[in-house]
Design a protein around this ligand. Structure first.
Ligand code: NAD
Ligand code: LMR
Length: 329
């Protein structure tokens, strides 16, 4: 039995993400939780002829508890999205509290589940979840992931428009965090190999770093990326299921994780990033979650400068998330 839970399932990301998870044969139960409309979304999806039994929950009558109990994997796209002119950090005021309360539910009702965080600002919401789980004594650094897959998806799409490669085949490691200058595409490590000139490197890097803004601007007040994010979130959730349920090995996906997990390589990355406790790097997944946090590899001079520029902002974002929980009485 494999239960997947979506928290924020009635939203712009939540609905198409739930649809894609309903199509995943590894899932036997799909629980949809939101503060509005989740029973309606669940009723709709439940008519699709795939194995997953779909249930919808609202907050009354222990809705969060019932949604989370026996969860294997939880995806969190709950929270408000940006409007033009806002930074992801501007969302902290509202989303930090939402994520904290959902994390408290996870600590109480499904402390062993894999937790995939989409809600922005990811650089801070992942530390918030980790601190809540630590407070309850149930934090496992191998099981909490900030979903940065959309940056990877964008990097494949944008680079292939220049290199003319098949975007489905292209892999670019994108490390760091998930906002503006903290997003660090490692174009020197693109696979299949391709050499871009410096002008291409700089414009592709900017486009990948600010891809989210393109969508926010085009939607003109109606929100941020939802459909591409749903695909990216489902891709990452599928990778987790393939590793933890099907036992597949060798699955590597970048993700923003806590570098404290014992014996999986986080310490080496931590040294390379001036002691940051959270960072996105290539993560090898195994049957218990993070199997190995890969080192950043060789960086070009330009990529080293991107890393230097990202570290102070990431440190501020991480500290803000951590102290949101540790400063609570
Ligand atoms: P949305 O407003 O369309 O949907 C959010 C949903 O969350 C709504 O249905 C809302 O009712 C629900 N919600 C609010 N409070 C809740 C609570 N306490 N419990 C459960 N559900 C709650 O927004 P969206 O476009 O789906 O975006 C959601 C979040 O994802 C935003 O914070 C956005 O910035 C973020 N996002 C992240 C990435 C990424 O790459 N990680 C990409 C796109 C969007
Ligand atoms: C994205 O990268 O599309 C998301 O983080 C949403 C946003 O605010 O840009």
């Amino acid at each position: 039995m494999v239960k997947a839970v979506v928290l924020g399932a009635a939203g712009g990301i939540g609905q198409p993400l739930s649809l894609l998870l309903k199509l995943n044969d590894a899932i036997t139960e799909l629980a949809l939780y939101d503060i509005v409309n989740s029973p309606g979304v669940a009723a709709d999806l439940s008519h699709i002829n795939t194995p997953a039994k779909v249930t919808g929950y609202l907050p009354p009558n222990d809705g969060l508890k019932n949604a989370l109990t026996n969860a294997h994997l939880i995806v969190i796209p709950a929270g408000v999205p940006r409007k033009p002119g806002m930074s992801r950090d501007d969302l902290f005021k509202i989303n930090a509290g939402i994520v904290r309360d959902l994390a408290t539910g996870i600590a109480n009702y499904s402390p062993d589940a894999y937790v995939l965080v989409i809600s922005n600002p990811v650089n801070s919401t992942v530390p918030i979840i980790a601190e809540v789980l630590k407070k309850h004594g149930v934090f496992n650094a191998k099981k909490v992931f900030g979903v940065t897959t959309l940056d990877i998806v964008r990097a494949s799409t944008f680079t292939s428009s220049v290199s003319r490669a098949d975007p489905r085949e292209v892999r670019v490691p994108v490390v760091g965090g998930h906002s503006g200058v903290t997003i660090i595409p490692l174009l020197s490590q693109i696979s299949p190999p391709h050499t871009f000139n410096q002008e291409e490197i700089e414009s592709l890097t900017k486009r990948i770093q600010f891809g989210g803004d393109e969508v926010v601007k085009a939607k003109d007040g109606a929100g941020s990326a939802t459909l591409s994010m749903a695909q990216a979130g489902a891709r990452f959730a599928t990778s987790i299921l393939n590793a933890t349920v099907k036992g597949e090995s060798g699955i590597v996906e970048p993700s923003y994780v806590c570098l404290d997990a014992d014996g999986v390589g986080g310490k080496q990355v931590r040294i390379a990033v001036n002691g940051l406790s959270y960072f996105s790097s290539n993560i090898e997944l195994g049957k218990n979650g993070i199997e190995k946090i890969h080192p950043l590899g060789d960086l070009s001079e330009y990529e080293n400068k991107l890393l230097e520029a990202a570290i102070p902002e990431l440190r501020t974002n991480i500290n803000k998330g951590v102290s949101f929980i540790t400063d609570e009485s």
